[in-house]
Design a binder for this molecule. Structure first.
Ligand code: ZN
Length: 176
């Protein structure tokens, strides 16, 4: 029963303003049965949030995929042989697009600046490690000849979609 707690919509270790964001990122994984089975730790909130850090198929990522598809580009997902398993990979163009959650990847924005209510030290250290790892992965990709575009969660909001589509088009159509 330990995992039941984080299935509740309002369960979060964060204050109210971040609850929605946490749920937003955790939802795709929590909706899968195996996520519940894998929750063996005695701290269900922590395990749920930890999984959300690595979650795939998040709403912002799905939006970017739809936009890119609409622009006529085809891609591979999460290629395991590339540093950090980039979200969208365009092999023939040597380009990758990474879609990052603002809090978990330490974006310099309001969403990214939110403070966890509980265990702040633990979570902020985790975010710092994520930022460091993201930097290493991006450097390794660029060294390998890949062009990298990072799209942040806060840039996928409705009012910014036209800008976002424009940025995606510009990035993908540019000559290397
Ligand atoms: Zn942001």
């Amino acid at each position: 029963m330990a995992y039941a707690a984080f299935c509740l919509p309002r369960q979060s270790v964060f204050n109210g303003s971040l609850t929605a964001a946490t749920r937003h990122w955790a939802a795709p994984r929590l909706s899968k049965g195996r996520a519940a089975i894998k929750a063996t730790t005695t701290d269900p909130v922590r395990s749920a949030v930890m999984r959300s850090v690595k979650s795939k198929d998040t709403a912002p990522e799905m939006l970017v995929r739809r936009l890119v598809h609409g622009l006529g580009y085809r891609y591979r997902l999460h290629r395991k042989d590339l540093p950090g398993n980039p979200d969208l990979v365009f092999p023939s163009r040597q380009k990758v697009i990474q879609v990052n959650g603002c809090f978990w990847h330490g974006h310099d924005c309001l969403r990214g600046a939110r403070q966890p209510k509980a265990n702040a030290e633990y979570w902020l250290a985790k975010v710092a490690r994520n930022v460091e790892r993201d930097g290493r992965n991006e450097a390794a990709l660029r060294e390998g000849g890949w062009d990298v575009l990072v799209i942040w969660e806060c840039q996928t909001k409705l009012r910014d979609r036209e800008d976002l589509a424009g940025r995606l088009r510009a990035f993908l159509s540019a000559e290397p």
